[in-house]
Design a protein around this ligand. Structure first.
Ligand code: DAH
Length: 346
């Protein structure tokens, strides 16, 4: 080819390439065009090979134009590449856009069970009086559930009618009271002792609105020097004031528990009618709240604590009952039904 022909050819390639590049619709198409014009076997490369056939004098005349043409094609390529990148980016952004005005799917949060809430509340009141938390197993031996608590073998509570005996062993029972924890703590810890222990207890009872074979108790134990019944009263009166959020009259009625002497039942003035009588207190004006007393010397002797040197008080209350009173729940079975219509009210 002559110089003139090559120049014409170069210009032709340039205009073809520039036009084709401008029409390219995707970066992939652009890459194909790059190979078509600038690749090893590309149109421009082929034309440039013709340069080798020119004479030394002719070559620079075409070479200058050849470089220009190549540069313009490369520029056109990168310009279109940028444009396409922007277009493709905008398309992706539009396609993947999130509608932030749509309502979220959301996860509904649960909340604590009313029994747990009341247990925490009672626990916190006693923490405030310097008590610490103690725990014991629900599967117990008769020793901890009865013997160590000064309960004689012929006591009716030991009957199978009242207590669940298990096949885990001849003397293994589901604990019927949290008083077991008193013994477990005193075996390990030398006085002074000041603990509370909430937990599940089990009794072989027929189910009704007030009774369920599983329920919850809250135990308290304080052992120190010269502990008095007056201190027990002060401690429990303060608990009732904080739990019901008001000052209520209390009365201690003599009662019997094998592990305390003397023992008492604590009643408080009904927090709802303040004593005038209502449905909650069965028109008595008083609520029976808990059992308590001074720790029996036999119990202390049994765990190797000298009753001449140390004395103490203990108390135990039903958490389910306190929760029913506090929230006006009329059937204990609601607590265990997992019925959301009930639970969502708290
Ligand atoms: N454990 C007793 C019960 O289940 C409650 C009780 C009464 C606990 C007197 C005590 C206490 O610590 O001193 O009925």
């Amino acid at each position: 080819m002559s110089v003139a022909e090559l120049k014409t050819k170069l210009k032709q390639v340039e205009s073809e390439a520039v036009a084709a590049l401008a029409r390219a619709q995707s970066s992939q198409q652009l890459e194909e065009l790059r190979l078509e014009f600038l690749g090893q076997k590309g149109t421009l490369t082929t034309v440039l090979r013709g340069l080798g056939l020119l004479s030394k004098e002719e070559r620079p005349q075409v070479g200058e134009l050849a470089n220009l043409v190549k540069e313009r094609i490369v520029n056109a390529l990168s310009a279109r590449l940028n444009e396409l990148y922007q277009i493709e980016l905008n398309q992706r952004l539009a396609a993947e856009a999130i509608d932030i005005t749509l309502p979220g799917s959301g996860h509904s949060l649960g909340h604590v069970h009313p029994l747990t809430a009341v247990t925490t509340e009672i626990t916190n009141i006693f923490y405030g009086m310097g008590f610490t938390l103690a725990e014991g197993p629900e599967l117990e031996t008769e020793y901890y559930n009865f013997d160590a608590l000064n309960t004689p073998p012929d006591h009716p509570a030991r009957d199978e009618q009242d207590t669940f005996y298990t096949s885990a062993g001849p003397q293994v029972v589901l604990r019927s009271q949290t008083s077991t924890v008193q013994i477990r703590v005193m075996e390990k810890q030398k006085p002074p002792v000041r603990i509370i222990s909430p937990g599940r207890v089990y009794r072989n009872e027929e189910v009704n609105a007030r009774k369920y074979p599983l329920f919850h108790q809250f135990e308290g134990l304080l052992i120190d020097r010269n502990v008095t019944f007056g201190q027990l009263k002060g401690c429990l009166n303060e608990f009732i004031r904080l739990f019901f959020g008001k000052q209520l009259k209390t009365r201690f009625r003599p009662d019997f528990f094998p592990f305390t002497e003397p023992s008492a039942e604590l009643d408080s003035q009904c927090p709802f009618c303040l004593g005038s009588g209502c449905k909650t207190c069965g028109h008595r004006g008083w609520l029976e709240l808990l059992g308590c007393g001074m720790v029996d010397p036999n119990v202390l002797n049994g765990v190797g604590i000298d009753p001449e040197e140390w004395s103490g008080f203990a108390f135990g209350m039903g958490i389910d009952r306190l929760t029913m009173l506090k929230y006006g729940v009329n059937d204990i079975r609601h607590f265990f039904s997992s019925d959301l219509r009930f639970l969502q009210q708290f």
